[in-house]
Write a protein of this length. Structure first.
Length: 261
């Protein structure tokens, strides 16, 4: 696939931290609508790649191209406004706020009214605020969380907290969604429900999804294409069946139970 067809094109990305090379000459194209998995042993450089895409790290060398635009080194806020949202390995919710309030936080970068509008209602701020609350409830309904809209996020069961974190990312109105180990800490039943949820939001929101995951049940079950990295270097790419039989992948995961899960 050529870079012109890709929604995301990663071109020769390298990330060095002093003498440590975390990612070395990584290239990958993702087409619109794809659901692609990125796997590798602990410390392989997976989250570093996500951090370079989203502006948390500026690559030592290489480029990040999103929808034909070079976004290398842009701030995370600018990257999000361009249409890339992400979740993190550790859930980052405002635990003392409600589910709806967590979603509304993500809407605010799209608010057009000024601060004066909050003081002088005829400027339209409160009208826009009511519109955001309506849109927030609609979003929660689309992801099956409307009944928990007024529940404190920290009081929700773990699986619902993960779902809420993804819902908050969707409130940014992304074209590309990066999921960093969304099944972390889940039991097999929760992981199975997560798989159905990811399939649902991909179709419901017309998303391209790039997924890091250690739970092989998830990545092998929902990703038609999987890339494998080890020590910051790409070592394999293919279908789940091809990846599970690849000698380099088996060697990289030797001793890790997840590969055979």
């Amino acid at each position: 696939m050529s870079g012109g067809e890709a929604i995301l094109s990663l071109q020769n990305l390298t990330m060095r931290f002093g003498g440590l090379v975390a990612v070395n000459d990584f290239s990958m194209d993702i087409a619109p609508g794809e659901l692609v998995g990125l796997i590798g042993p602990n410390g392989a450089g997976k989250t570093t790649i996500f951090n370079m895409i989203t502006g948390h790290y500026t690559p030592t060398s290489g480029r990040v191209i999103f929808q034909g635009r070079d976004i290398t080194g842009l701030s995370p806020a600018k990257v999000a406004l361009l249409g890339i949202a992400r979740t993190f390995q550790n859930i980052r919710l405002c635990r003392n706020m409600t589910a709806l309030e967590n979603v509304l936080i993500a809407f605010h970068p799209h608010v057009r009214s000024s601060l004066f509008g909050a003081i002088l209602p005829f400027f339209g701020y409160w009208r826009e605020e009511r519109g955001m609350r309506k849109e927030g409830m609609e979003l929660l309904a689309r992801v099956g969380l409307e009944r928990w809209a007024d529940e404190r996020a920290g009081a929700l069961p773990y699986g619902l907290q993960r779902r809420l974190e993804i819902a908050r990312a969707l409130a940014i109105r992304p074209r590309l969604l990066l999921l960093d180990e969304p099944a972390a800490g889940m039991n097999p039943a929760e992981a199975s429900q997560l798989m159905d949820f990811i399939r649902h939001i991909r179709e419901e929101f017309d998303l391209t999804i790039f997924l890091i995951e250690h739970v092989m049940q998830v990545v092998m079950g929902i990703c038609p294409r999987i890339r494998v990295i080890d020590f910051g270097v790409s070592i394999a790419e293919g279908t789940p069946e091809e990846i599970s039989r690849n000698p380099k992948v088996i060697e990289a995961y030797l001793g890790e139970e997840e590969l055979g899960a």
